[in-house]
Design a protein around this ligand. Structure first.
Ligand code: ADP
Ligand code: MG
Length: 400
């Protein structure tokens, strides 16, 4: 992958050059309040490096899912304010993405200045499936700059205008964040230190099943919790009540269990869960065995016996990849499984990679020191697709 150093050589230095940077600033919000600024902080080193080199830094990013037109609810204004605090420098927010205001601010910017374009997804071209429509938007983005740096690891699995098409139109490079993330994930795919233990949870079950197939060829042990576990428990014949269940995946999951057995990959499922009357913090809830989940209850966390068993299965691990919370950590009664898991990882000596927006947010929300983990990835979907062995459009486009 081409680096910022290569780009600088190609452009004859970065001083005074307008460099478009695709960052991932898609942070969780509560109204206009940022509830977790991890992704903004992760974007700082590359922006600082470019500023120090005298580039005119033009940052672009998306926030939430606006419908291809300006929508004040999804303005990047709060993100720009936080970015300015972290950079300790002014950030000029354009009121449009590729319109007159953006062009004016980029023109006015001097070496080291930072301009933030408004939400990329205010333009239908950003996420369009139509190559021409995406390309037309990428043309406009490319006109703003002399070079392009891809630093939004959380979006490199997307074939979108600001991630993919614009790199075809400008001299380009991978930013430091993308380089670091890829280096770490490569360690997990090429000769990981063993035992290599993978912990999977969260709620995007069908999204994540694909990665299991690939992990069955590389991991020594897979621990499964979170919402995804109920499809596994059901595949083994347990009644899972009102828990999250993907019936159409039961055969696939049975296949995984069989493959795991053939290959000697140990799959560890919980033996107890916290079963609640409703998806609510104040719902009645009890710890029950996985063979005794009442029909009207839903499992919202792994139970204490399972947490202890998972911790034991992590003790000898040399490498751990963790994606997906063990329970609904956003609600106090269902966060203990995730807490216990994070603690077990910190107590061990393994090289630990935490991937996934919610998993990373859970680590911070539970008060753990994120620096104590080997690596906290900013990209959930992107890290999983990498581990699945898929080609990520936003990475392959940087190769050429
Ligand atoms: P990540 O962002 O780390 O990849 P996901 O987005 O797949 O993780 O899943 C995170 C969500 O999974 C959290 O919001 C959490 O509340 C939810 N979750 C975890 N366990 C359960 C469960 N048993 N039932 C329903 N939702 C769950
Ligand atoms: Mg998520």
């Amino acid at each position: 992958m081409r680096t910022i150093g290569n780009l600088s050589d190609q452009l004859g230095g970065l001083r005074g050059k307008a460099i478009l940077v695709r960052s991932d600033l898609n942070v969780p919000m509560d109204g206009a309040r940022i509830t977790d600024d991890g992704r903004i902080r992760a974007s700082i080193p590359t922006l600082t490096r470019l500023r120090d080199a005298g580039a005119r830094v033009v940052v672009c990013a998306h926030l939430g899912r606006p419908k291809g037109a300006p929508d004040p609810q999804y303005s990047l204004a709060p993100v720009g304010a936080r970015l300015a605090e972290l950079l300790q420098a002014p950030v000029a927010l354009a009121s449009d993405t590729v319109g007159p205001d953006a062009r004016r601010l980029v023109e006015q910017a001097g070496p080291g200045d930072v301009v933030l374009l408004e939400n990329l997804r205010f333009n239908a071209g950003e996420t369009s499936k139509d190559d021409a429509e995406r390309g037309a938007f990428a043309d406009q983005l490319a006109q703003l700059a002399d070079g392009y740096v891809s630093d939004g690891f959380g979006v490199v699995h997307r074939k979108q205008a600001s991630v993919y098409d614009v790199a075809q139109r400008l001299p380009h490079a991978a930013g430091g964040l993308v380089v670091t993330e890829v280096d770490v994930l490569r360690k997990l795919t090429v000769a990981p230190q063993r035992p290599y233990v993978v912990v999977l949870g969260g709620s995007k079950v069908s999204d994540k099943l694909g990665v299991i197939e690939n992990l069955l060829a590389s991991a020594d042990r897979i621990l499964i919790g979170g919402g995804m576990v109920f499809t596994f428990l059901a595949a083994q014949g347990h009644e899972v009540g009102a828990s999250l269940l993907e019936r159409d995946q039961l055969d696939t999951v049975r296949g995984y269990l069989a493959t795991a057995e053939q290959r000697g990959v140990e799959i560890v499922l919980p033996t107890d869960v916290v079963a609640a009357e409703a998806f609510a913090a104040d719902a009645a809830h009890d710890v029950v065995g996985v063979d005794a989940i009442p029909p009207d209850r839903m499992g919202l966390d792994i139970g204490p016996d399972s947490s202890a068993a998972f911790a034991a299965k992590l003790k000898d691990a040399a490498t751990v990849f963790w994606n997906g919370p063990m329970g609904v950590f956003e609600m106090a009664p269902y966060r203990e499984g995730t807490r216990a898991l994070a603690q077990a990882l910190l107590d061990g000596n393994a090289f630990t990679v935490v991937g996934g927006g919610d998993s990373a947010a859970a680590v911070r929300a539970l008060g753990f020191d994120e620096d104590a983990f080997g690596h906290i990835s900013t990209g959930g979907g992107a890290s999983l697709e990498y581990l699945e062995g898929r080609t990520l459009p936003g990475l392959s486009v940087l190769e050429s």
